[in-house]
Design a protein around this ligand. Structure first.
Ligand SMILES: Cc1ncc(COP(=O)(O)O)c(C=O)c1O
Length: 408
């Protein structure tokens, strides 16, 4: 690893300052944030406060923060994406959010196309494919073995027949980053909507909804936000919000939920109109521990550190003879690097062998081993990973782990 670059990067950011807040870092080399971010120690306090509130305040807790938690928690993420307060609502996950947005749309007219690429997270495809029975036409652009679908192909596919572009900002498989600003500009030009899935970017790549000119943004908190499961977020441009009337709805989306009006939905005037039933309060409150740390470190700083780390790791891996298919240009990738193995090598076995050495990474079909530094990662940990990978290849010791594979 290049010592000059490493010391320059250390001046930008010092991971040591944050490491004590993440218990798992004491016992593992944690390079799997693209899958599950390390738990911040603050989660213990958040969940204890939740339990104490339930224990001592009982039903009064609803009016003392629980009912409003999808909006108040969303406000923290609004800050992170330069969105106005009140424009982000919390849900359980991306699958629910994409279904909810799909339920606002009318596919029966000539503008019925849904445009994305084959690097979308599969759950999103399942949602939009399901809309075919309502008249949607799916245009799924093929990456054809390339690291990503080039921008000009995406822009050309978006035209006056396009209703919505539900696309990933950063691809979960190989970390390819789309030029989201250009995609939003093209969509705006032809009157189409963009729903940007920032699951693999928010928290490690700066996301500024105003600068991007994006209509809607969604994602979850499990990865770069270190927020754990059950805290999906949805931003909607405020002037678009009032035009959305989801069919997937419920009493939490009503203008006066506690009036218990009978009959048809009367949507709330704010972002609450995008809710449905009672919120998953503990998951939302727990997630704020992660958001607070990420906000405190600052995403610009995290990005600078991430680029320094991934550049250094890339050079190290290339020097050891590994193939690194993630884009070489940091502007075109997110926070993860992928390492492609040889055809005769078994990715799952490498992952299991690394886990035995205390190094946590994962493996995805067609992508290879995924490895990701975050603001709590030390350069030495990346070096240890690269060295261990090289040793496993050279010794062939990974073969002993061929039966020990797990999915996560
Ligand atoms: C880009 C992207 N979208 C969505 C998801 C998951 O969706 P959900 O929140 O429905 O579990 C992931 C999880 O890995 C992801 O990487």
């Amino acid at each position: 690893m290049n010592p000059t670059r490493s010391s320059e990067a250390r001046q930008v950011h010092d991971p040591e300052r944050w490491r004590k807040q993440f218990p798992i870092l004491a016992s593992t080399t944690y390079l799997v944030t693209h899958s599950l971010g390390a738990m911040p120690i603050g989660v213990y306090d958040k969940l204890r406060a939740y339990a104490d509130q339930w224990a001592t305040r009982g039903v009064r807790a609803w009016a003392e923060g629980w009912w409003d938690s999808p909006i108040t928690v969303g406000n923290l993420l609004a800050k992170m994406m330069n969105a106005p307060a009140g424009s982000v609502v919390m849900h359980q996950n991306v699958s629910v959010i994409e279904s909810l947005i799909a339920s606002c749309l009318d596919f029966s007219g000539p503008r019925n196309r849904v445009v994305y690429d084959d690097q979308n997270f599969p759950t999103n495809m399942y949602v939009w494919e399901g809309c075919k029975r309502l008249g949607a036409e799916i245009v799924c652009l093929p990456s054809k073995g390339r690291v990503g679908v080039p921008l000009d192909e995406v822009l050309t596919a978006i035209d006056e027949r396009t209703l919505i572009v539900p696309i990933s900002h950063v691809c979960f498989r190989n970390s390819y980053q789309h030029d989201a600003k250009a995609i939003c500009a093209r969509a705006r030009e032809v009157g189409a909507l963009v729903l940007l899935d920032t699951y693999q970017s928010l928290g490690t790549v700066p996301v500024d909804v105003a600068d991007l000119g994006v209509d809607m943004v969604c994602g979850g908190s499990v990865k770069w936000l270190c927020g754990g499961p059950g805290a999906g977020y949805l931003y909607v441009r405020p002037d678009l919000l009032l035009k959305l009337e989801p069919r997937i709805t419920g009493w939490a989306a009503h203008a006066a939920p506690f009036a218990f009006e009978l009959g048809a939905q009367r949507y709330a005037s704010g972002a609450a109109r995008l809710l449905h039933g009672s919120p998953a309060v503990p998951a939302l409150l727990a997630a704020t521990a992660g958001y607070e740390v990420v906000l405190e470190v600052g995403v610009e700083k995290i990005r600078a550190w991430s680029i320094a780390c991934t550049q250094a790791l890339r050079e190290d891996l290339l020097g050891r003879g590994f193939e690194v298919p993630s884009p070489a240009d940091p502007a075109q990738r997110g926070g993860t690097l992928t390492v492609r193995l040889r055809a005769e090598e078994n990715g799952g076995a490498f992952v299991a062998a690394l886990e035995q050495r205390g190094i946590l990474v994962d493996h995805r079909p067609e992508a290879g081993i995924r490895v990701s530094p975050h603001f709590y990662t030390k350069m030495e940990e990346l070096e240890l990973f690269a060295r261990s990978l090289g040793e496993l290849r050279e010794s062939g010791a990974w073969r002993d782990f061929a039966r020990a594979q797990k999915s996560y």
